[in-house]
Design a protein around this ligand. Structure first.
Ligand code: FAD
Ligand code: NAI
Length: 475
């Protein structure tokens, strides 16, 4: 006997669970299917983000940052610690508790919003009159029927050819968040977001970290000035980088892992490490979804093909988040989930791709919204730039963290803000002001004329806006 719903959501990550909640708020009878299992085999909704992504990585980043502060920076504040110790098992245990709190929070939200949750794998069975039949294979097997199906099945880590993840020595993000003891030597392939965040965690805890990057440049997506400043800071902290590295072999047959590669000059090199994190991007996940049963169209890379509004080639079937085009970010997935639920309700759901913020949670943090200086040049846009260093900000000095700057890019003629780029303390929080400003099509002058609390890091944002007109007050 099948169960009838208005909306069935396949996948309970940030795209899926938020879409389910929003659809329920709009009055629909909603089911959400998610297959993630906790270590006891029970449900663990929240997807990559909650289980092996955003949340656990930030928990470990925080613990390792506390350790780094206690070991190297408390002294400046007149605080000395004897006998400082680190308990990695406890750190990982705390991280697991934070994850569980988030899993439980989502189950609570499903109950609160009357979303029916099904723990198991969802797959398309067939199109039926007025909708689709979706099978759930789990503790209990079920058949659900709905007029609207939202696919939010996320993504998986991409492996290096010939070096499958064993999660013991060759680690994806999953294994990288479960390392039980600090490896003396840690290798990282890819100097992208995961490589930098995970490399930072284990470097702070004492690993010698070497990052091998295929591209000749660092963080190509970030503003060049920001990337340069961040690289300088990371190298000073002790992260080692090799750019232009061409990996030829990964050998994990011995005690550790030996990576063979050609460096930028074409010279053959080897890197011997205890563990290797491979973070070279992620691929859309449709494993087990059975898209063929209904003729759901995928592109050549396996992502579900959608239009600007997340409509697939099938009427009533939508897809959001990492499984479709666009940046693989939790907040992008959430925004798409909300917009789709609203479109199903006949409303005008909207996602502004031009104002999606990016944040890299390293120390210093990196955050940006809008276009970079190199993009504006490539687009032939006449712009003005204004920059203010945290070195000249009173709160940053009091914090003891003066690395980096805030940079504004504004249209040369209209002064409209085209991009804001931050490298420095709490960049992840500061960027919100820039997102709001860009959503409201603010000019740099608008930010420059707004009263910012003193002493605060946000004064650096105001000063950078003033710098666009070459009239900083404190620099
Ligand atoms: P997912 O979160 O991957 O969720 C998909 C869910 O669907 C999973 O639970 C999966 O089990 C389930 N599923 C798949 N197929 C089926 C099926 N057939 N039936 C039932 N269930 C199924 N983004 C940020 O914005 N900020 C960050 O700080 C950040 N940090 C990250 C750190 C790491 C280490 C990683 C790996 C990623 C990070 N991301 C971050 C990216 C973020 O995790 C993803 O963009 C986000 O999780 C995508 O959400 P989603 O809902 O599309 O997919
Ligand atoms: P990424 O796309 O950020 O970086 C991958 C890096 O690996 C690139 O620099 C690329 O040039 C390099 N690379 C690719 N192939 C290589 C090879 N064969 N050898 C050496 N280098 C190679 O991907 P990453 O770090 O795996 O993260 C995946 C995604 O997860 C991110 O793009 C982001 O969308 C999301 N994420 C977001 C976070 C955040 O918002 N703070 C944190 C972590 C992940």
């Amino acid at each position: 006997m099948s169960k009838q719903f208005d909306v069935v959501v396949i996948g309970g990550g940030p795209g899926g669970y938020i879409a389910a909640i929003r659809a329920a708020q709009l009055g629909f009878n909603v089911a959400c299917i998610d297959e993630w299992k906790n270590d006891k085999g029970g449900p663990a909704p929240g997807g990559t983000c909650t289980n092996v992504g955003c949340i656990p990585s930030k928990a470990l980043l925080q613990s390792s940052e506390h350790y780094e502060q206690a070991a190297h920076h408390f002294g400046e504040h007149g605080i000395t610690l004897d006998n400082l110790k680190m308990d990695v098992a406890k750190m990982v245990g705390r991280k697991n508790t934070v994850v569980k709190q988030n899993n439980d929070g989502i189950l609570y939200l499903f109950k609160k919003n009357k979303v029916s949750f099904f723990h198991g794998r969802g797959s398309f069975a067939k199109a039926v009159e007025g909708g689709y039949e979706v099978n759930v294979a789990g503790a209990a097997n079920e058949t659900l029927v709905a007029k609207n199906v939202i696919v939010a099945t996320g993504s998986n880590a991409r492996a290096l050819p010939g070096a499958a993840f064993d999660e013991e020595k060759i680690l994806s993000n999953d294994g990288a968040l479960r390392i039980g003891a600090v490896p003396a030597k840690l290798g990282v392939i890819g100097s992208g977001v995961i490589g930098l965040e995970m490399g930072s965690v284990w470097r702070r805890l004492g690993s010698e970290v070497t990052i091998l990057e295929a591209m000749p440049t660092f963080l190509a997506a970030a503003d060049e000035g920001v990337a340069k400043e961040a690289l300088k800071a990371f190298q000073k902290q002790g992260l080692k980088f090799e750019f232009g590295a061409k990996i030829s072999k990964v050998d994990a047959s011995g005690e550790g892992v030996i990576v063979s590669y050609a460096n930028a000059k074409g010279e053959e090199q080897t890197l011997a490490v205890d563990k290797l994190i491979v973070s070279i991007g992620r691929v859309a996940n449709t494993i087990g979804l059975n898209p063929e049963a209904v003729g759901l169209k995928l592109d050549e890379r396996g992502a579900i093909v959608v239009d600007d509004e997340c409509r697939t080639n099938l009427p009533g079937v939508w897809a959001v988040g990492d499984v479709v085009r666009g940046p693989m970010l939790a907040h992008k997935a959430e925004e798409e989930g909300v917009a789709v639920a609203e479109r199903i309700a006949g409303q005008h759901g909207h996602v502004n791709f031009a104002t999606i913020p990016w944040v890299i949670y390293t120390s210093p943090e990196i955050a940006w919204v809008g276009r970079t200086e190199q993009q504006l040049k490539a687009d032939g846009v006449a712009y003005k730039a204004g920059q203010f260093p945290f070195m000249a900000n009173g709160r940053a000095r009091a914090l003891g963290d003066t690395t980096g700057f805030v940079k504004f890019l504004a249209d040369a003629k209209t002064d409209e803000i085209l991009g804001v780029h931050i490298v420095g303390p709490f960049a992840s929080e500061l960027i919100s002001e820039a997102v709001v400003a860009m959503e409201f099509k603010a000019s740099a002058e608008d930010i420059a004329r707004i009263c910012h609390a003193h002493p605060s890091l946000s004064e650096a944002t105001k000063e950078a806006a003033l710098a666009v007109d070459k009239r900083t007050l404190n620099f």
